[in-house]
Every structure is written in C-alpha cells, then in structure tokens.
Design a protein around this ligand. Structure first.
Ligand code: FAD
Ligand code: UDP
Length: 385
C-alpha cells in the first residue's frame, strides 16, 4: 500500500467514520481508513434491494439521541426523515405496544382491572415513569406482582431466551432496562429529543462523512494483513508505525484469540419481499411468546418509500457466535466473566501508546449509534489536544 498517511483507522462503521472525519478535518491528519467488508457503514449499512426498497442489511437501525453535539455533527452529513419508531408485541396474535405501557395494559386486561392497575402503578411509581421489569418484579403488592408476572411472561422471558439463550435475570440488567414498563400513553419506542433516519440512508450519510481530501479508504482490506503488534512496537507492513491507530474491530481477533474467544451473539437475517403494499401496521413487531425469530421489521415504514406493489421485511434469529467464516459478532454478552476476559485483551493493547480501541466491538459494549459517535468524538478531542 503506497500511501502517505499519519493516522490509521480500522473499520468504516460509525466509530471509524467519525474518527476519520474529525481527525482529517480538525487535526489536518492524513487518514488511511481500512475496512474488511466491501462497503462502508459497518452494521448501519443500508442499500436498495432487488425490489428497490431501502433495506438495512445488518438489522433495523433507528437513530435517536438527546445529545445535541452528536445530532449536530451528523446533521452536517445528512438531512433527516422525521421518523418516530413504534414497536408492537405479538402475544398469541394479539398486538400491544412495546415498551409495555398504559395502552398495553388496557389491551391485556379488562377495563375495570386495567383502571385499577393503572391507578396503583401511578400511585406507586409516578405518572410517565419508566420502571424496569426487574424492579417491577421486586414489588410485593399482590396486584403489582401479578402484573409483573404477566409482563415478564408475555413480553420478556421468551424474547430474551431467543435473543440471549438465557433468562432476563441472567443477562446484564442494563439490557432489559433498555425496554422498561412505561407508565404513559406514549407509544413510541424511544423518547429522545432527536429521532429519525437519514433521509438518503445511513450509507449515504457515512459516504458524506468520508468525503474529505485527507481521507483515503480501502475496502476489502483486513487490517490484520497490514499491522503487526510486536512486543513493544506496532508495525505497518513490517515498518514501525508511530502514528495514531484507531481500531474498531473485535479485540480478541487482534491476538488470534489467545486467551479464548470473546463471547458474542450473532444473528441470521431472513429477508422476504411480499407482493402486498404493507405486511404489518408498524415498522417492527416483536414475537414475544412464540416463533423462532425475535422480531419482524418492515423497511418501508422506516424509509417512507411509497410503493404499492411490494414490501420487504426481515426476520431476525439470534444464536451463539462461533467465529466461523462469515459469521458476524453483533452483541457482546456483558457479564463479569466476559468483561474480565475482554480486559485481558484490552490490557495487551495498552503497551502501544498510539493504539486506541473505540467501538461497539472494540470496547465490548452495548453502544447505540449516538453513543458511539459521542465516544469517537471525545477520543478525537483527546488526541487533538
Ligand atoms: P460496526 O458498525 O460493527 O463497525 C465496525 C467495522 O469494523 C465493521 O465494518 C467491520 O467490518 C470493521 N472491521 C472489524 N475488524 C476489522 C479488521 N480487522 N480490518 C478491517 N475492518 C475491520 N443503534 C442505534 O442507535 N439504533 C438502532 O436502532 C440500532 N439497531 C441495531 C440493530 C442491530 C441488529 C444491531 C446489531 C445493532 C444496532 N444498533 C443500533 C447499534 C449500532 O449498530 C452500533 O452502535 C454501531 O453500528 C456501532 O458502530 P461501530 O463502528 O462501533 O461498529
Ligand atoms: N426485550 C424483551 N422483549 C421485547 C423487547 C426487548 O424481552 O419485546 C429485552 C430483550 O432481552 C432485548 C432487550 O430487552 O435483548 C433490549 O431490547 P432492544 O429492543 O433494545 O434490543 P436491540 O434493538 O438492541 O436488539
């Protein structure tokens, strides 16, 4: 690779694209960005399918944030389609809003019981409050306990078993806390101030981020074929390299998984195009009690495309990541044991002062897109001081 650069960014997902842009633009860095996939955008990548529908190849992505700095940064590269995400649970054929809220309560119980429960919940926790399922299950009031059991059984336990292979008690409590019980009639999945999808899609947004004369992009390039982590120095194509390196991939893979593989969940996506205008009434339906898949998302609800003759959906099926060729690690399985294993790998990278881990994989965290952009911007602030 014959290119004069002083900064190497590995991975063209949102973490890498944010860092590349910021360092190129505000630091005057000459950035080499390498990406192993044949496209930019990481897991937020979207493209038109054969039916001309904008699909998210690695699962549905909805942007939402309260972070004005992140929103302003991304808004330089895209306009937004103002989309407020809504999700329904399919409970034995009956549809109810998720997060489970006061509308769901009225669907699940008869009128008199729903009214009584609503009053009790609001007296106990307060109106418009978000209560996690684990918190709700700790309440000793018999009626609240019965409701908690209902929500646990009909919304959480089977979905979580499908997604994580284990029960809600055994996963990181922050994970189920992402979808609380919401004592409100607000049916939106997120309440963040800024919410939407990029008007022309995520790939276009990331392409605009990377459109800078100081950034050179190489797709289909695995960084492991370029860099070597020696005992003390980092080498690029055999030469010591002292410029900044930002790595956004899985950290165990850098060290040939020498302490064992970091556990992740992977997903299989089943895309289907149907000859109907609409497949379902909202973007995502969670199958919380049955079916092998966790959820079905219909993309036209996200993109706003008007197309009467067909629609494309995706079903998501989760399973353990094995590291087999072609499998993608999507979700870190956060628990003390895995975090300790991660820390052993992260520690190995600390001997290289110019090497930085940032990203959902590289940090082994459950980051949303806004959090990863914020994290990447703040790392760049440090590097540019
Ligand atoms: P990634 O997008 O994974 O990018 C890392 C990139 O590095 C990849 O392109 C990878 O190919 C590349 N790479 C790795 N190793 C190497 C190597 N050795 N050499 C070269 N390249 C390498 N967030 C939201 O805010 N809203 C949502 O609705 C939402 N939905 C999601 C749905 C699913 C199914 C999933 C899995 C995630 C979702 N997220 C969502 C989270 C979002 O995908 C992440 O926050 C974001 O993509 C993280 O960006 P990243 O750059 O850290 O990682
Ligand atoms: N969850 C659930 N039932 C639902 C929705 C979510 O049990 O209908 C739990 C499940 O454990 C899931 C977690 O809450 O993994 C977080 O859900 P979220 O929708 O935030 O997951 P993501 O979109 O990141 O896959």
């Amino acid at each position: 690779m014959n290119f004069d650069f002083d900064t190497l960014v590995i991975g063209a997902g949102l973490a890498g694209a944010t860092a590349a842009r910021r360092l190129a633009e505000d630091g005057g860095r000459r950035v080499l960005l390498v990406e192993q996939r044949p496209h930019i955008g990481g897991n937020a990548y979207d493209c038109l399918d054969e039916a001309g529908i904008l699909v998210h190849q690695y699962g549905p992505h909805i942007f939402h944030t309260n972070d004005q700095q992140v929103f302003q940064f991304l808004s330089r590269f895209t306009d937004w389609r103002d989309y407020q995400h809504k999700v329904l649970a399919n409970v034995y054929g009956q549809l109810m809003p998720v997060p489970f809220n006061l509308h769901s309560l009225a669907i699940a119980f008869d009128e008199e019981k729903a009214a009584r429960l609503e009053k009790k919940l609001i007296d106990t926790f307060g109106a418009e409050r978000k209560v996690t399922i684990l918190e709700l299950r700790q309440n000793t009031d018999p009626e609240i306990a019965e409701l908690a059991d209902y929500v646990y059984e009909h919304i959480f336990v089977h979905y979580t078993m499908k997604q994580w292979g284990t029960t809600p008690e055994q996963i990181d409590p922050n994970t189920t806390a992402r979808v609380p019980v919401f004592l409100s009639r607000d049916d939106r999945y997120f309440q963040d101030k800024y919410q939407g999808v990029p008007a022309q899609g995520y790939t276009s947004m990331v392409a605009a981020m990377l459109d800078h004369p100081n950034i050179t992009l190489h797709l289909d390039t695995d960084a492991r074929s370029l860099i070597t982590l020696g005992d003390e120095h980092l080498f690029f194509q055999g030469e010591p390299f002292s410029g900044t390196v930002i790595y956004t991939g899985a950290v165990d893979e850098l060290f040939a998984c020498r302490f064992g593989r970091l556990p992740y969940r992977t997903l299989d996506f089943q895309f289907e195009t149907h000859p109907v205008e609409w497949y379902q009434t909202c973007a995502t339906v969670n199958y919380t009690v049955d079916q092998p898949y966790t959820r079905i998302t219909e993309f036209k609800h996200l993109s706003g495309q008007i197309k009467k003759d067909c629609t494309t959906i995706v079903k998501e099926l989760s399973r353990a990541y094995t590291g087999a060729e072609g499998e993608i690690p999507y979700y870190a399985i956060i628990n003390p044991e895995n975090n300790a294993l991660y820390e052993r790998y992260a520690q190995l990278t600390r001997r290289y002062p110019n090497f930085h881990l940032v990203g959902r994989l590289a940090e082994y965290k459950y980051y949303n897109m806004d959090a990863i952009v914020a994290r990447s911007l703040s790392l760049c602030d440090e590097l540019l001081k």
